[in-house]
Design a protein. Structure first.
Length: 273
């Protein structure tokens, strides 16, 4: 169990969560006495930046410190994640980082997971260790800084790095209705460049790799669940069972049903040994 912070600094989460604004709303201007970190994930809004209202779109990160003016004009169906925090560690980190009030970062799943973990931990403040929320906030801030620095590198990112970013995005979203347009937008490049980079670095097309990931997920669900084969197909990213069946047989030489029967026989043999 932790018994204090070795650096004698403090990182305190005051409020954290996700907000969905279904109607237009104007947040009154205020002079902040806390730090605010806000990431637009869907829809848009306007924020006061250097005494002018600027349109904020998905991927735009707002970072304001105590003493700065803060005002938002929220649009219909605007969704954002936010953290309101304070503390001596935050003071030091912010001074070293010196972030701009507005920048654009990748909508990274790992960051949003950290955001949700921080929110859950903050809600459990009465039955958790204070140091745990302190260090979760520190990890969150440092992850945010890394994404900011990556975004700042812009076009200097190496082609292999961009290709691996695309691969990671496919790994995380293959079971969804994934399109080349979404993949290219996440990488910040054109569709044609995304297609060429992936092919050059991995020797296969983006969509053929996505199919491989979906089939791997399907195999796991066939082996370790009692899902119907039709549901396995849909939950693994295949909207059409006939197409799923054809791809499965092409890759594994068995139909999904035959694969399940084969796995059940192997499982039974292992239990008998």
């Amino acid at each position: 169990m932790l018994h204090g912070r070795e650096d004698n600094l403090r990182a305190e989460t005051l409020y954290v969560g996700m907000a969905h604004h279904k109607k237009r709303f104007r947040n009154p201007r205020e002079l902040l006495n806390t730090y605010i970190i806000r990431l637009q994930t869907s829809g848009s809004c306007e924020a006061l930046i250097d005494n002018e209202f600027v349109v904020i779109e998905p991927g735009d990160l707002l970072m304001f410190r105590p003493g700065e003016k803060y005002e938002l004009i929220l649009k219909d169906n605007s969704i954002d994640y936010y953290v309101i925090c304070n503390g001596t560690w935050i003071d030091q980190w912010w001074d070293n980082f010196s972030p701009p009030q507005k920048t654009n970062i990748p909508l990274d799943d790992d960051l949003l997971k950290l955001w949700n973990q921080l929110a859950k931990e903050t809600l459990r403040m009465n039955d958790t260790i204070e140091e745990l929320t302190d260090y979760k906030l520190r990890v969150f801030c440092l992850t945010l800084q890394r994404l900011h620095e990556i975004a700042g590198m812009g076009k200097t990112l190496s082609p292999p790095y961009i290709a691996y970013r695309i691969k990671k995005f496919i790994d995380q979203h293959a079971t969804e209705a994934l399109t080349l347009e979404q993949i290219a937008k996440h990488a910040g490049i054109s569709i044609s460049r995304a297609v060429n980079l992936f092919k050059t670095n991995f020797g296969q097309s983006i969509m053929s790799y996505a199919i491989e990931v979906r089939l791997a997920v399907a195999c796991e669900r066939i082996r370790f669940s009692a899902m119907s084969l039709d549901y396995v197909a849909k939950s693994s990213g295949f909207n059409n069972y006939t197409y799923f069946h054809r791809q499965f047989r092409m890759h594994f030489g068995l139909s999904p049903r035959q694969y399940r029967e084969e796995q059940q026989k192997r499982s039974k043999l292992r239990m008998e040994q």
